[in-house]
Design a protein around this ligand. Structure first.
Ligand code: UDP
Length: 259
């Protein structure tokens, strides 16, 4: 994690899994870090900070895509989204304390925003989904101020308009649901002109919040088997999920290499 974002005395050096950075923070520390980012922007006008929730698919994609890898490694905060990533950090003896999923982070962030009066903007997903996610977040975090919602698309020709909308909405936090790596690269491309404290990719989080996708039962989540449930609901993901065993083999073979 960049020293600017969290008291260095409280944070461990990041882990590197197959050359991809993973900050060794708990959910609570990650939220404290994000709270600092908003405070710093509000008081000192600091530039937008990128938050990435890294899962095994990200790490495998980053093996082939140098720009994506740089994007993750240069983010302000990179959290371990998934048991595969937590397992790898433990195997490498640089353990991340816990799994921090995009959707849980979004819900906890919404509660923080409600408590502190921060404004959140929900960008991405299919038309209408972000509005439904907004309603659900407002019920989970009473008092939440959602600055706006917009589907848009990650196409470069739409960037100007999207940024204008976010600016007008006076948001503190921008959540982007365009799937990885498009959402992370969109944020990276635009980071210097994003008029918010934090921009974070949230993948399919609005689909879950809107009830269009069902999350795995709690026991499966606790056992780290959320991926298996997702595969059962969406078998077309098999190709993407083959990244998981490939990831494990690679970590076992050359996990300690730092690129
Ligand atoms: N998405 C979008 N525009 C695009 C591509 C994707 O709005 O051009 C949305 C899609 O509707 C979904 C999210 O991005 O809500 C990506 O979800 P996915 O489940 O693929 O992401 P994951 O959670 O696997 O990263």
């Amino acid at each position: 994690m960049s020293l600017k974002t969290l008291d260095p005395t409280q944070s461990e050096a990041p882990a590197f899994v197959l050359g991809v950075r993973v900050d060794r923070v708990s959910q609570r520390q990650a939220l404290a870090c994000m709270e600092q980012m908003v405070t710093r922007r509000r008081t000192n006008g600091e530039p937008c900070q990128q938050v990435v929730t890294v899962n095994t698919e990200f790490i495998m994609a980053a093996q082939r895509d140098t720009i994506f890898r740089q994007c993750i490694n240069q983010a302000a905060l990179v959290v371990a989204d998934g048991m595969g990533v937590v397992w790898a950090t433990k195997y490498l003896r640089e353990p991340a304390p816990e799994r921090i999923t995009g959707i849980d982070t979004l819900i906890e962030l919404a509660k923080l925003c409600a408590a502190k009066g921060y404004r959140i903007y929900l960008l991405g997903a299919a038309p209408g989904v972000a509005e439904q996610a907004r309603a659900r977040l407002e019920s989970l975090a009473p008092g939440l101020q959602v600055a706006g919602t917009y589907a848009g698309s990650p196409a470069p020709e739409e960037e100007e308009e999207i940024i204008g909308r976010v600016r007008e909405a006076k948001a503190d936090i921008l959540c982007v649901a365009y799937g990885a790596p498009a959402q992370e690269l969109w944020i990276r491309r635009n980071i210097v002109r994003l008029p918010v404290a934090i921009a974070m990719g949230v993948g399919g989080a609005y689909d879950f919040l809107a009830g269009r996708q069902r999350r795995a039962p709690k026991t499966m989540q606790r056992m780290g088997l959320e991926w298996l449930y997702r595969l059962y609901r969406e078998p077309w993901r098999i190709k993407r999920m083959l990244a998981i065993p490939q990831f494990m083999v690679l970590v076992l073979l050359k996990g300690r290499n730092k690129l």
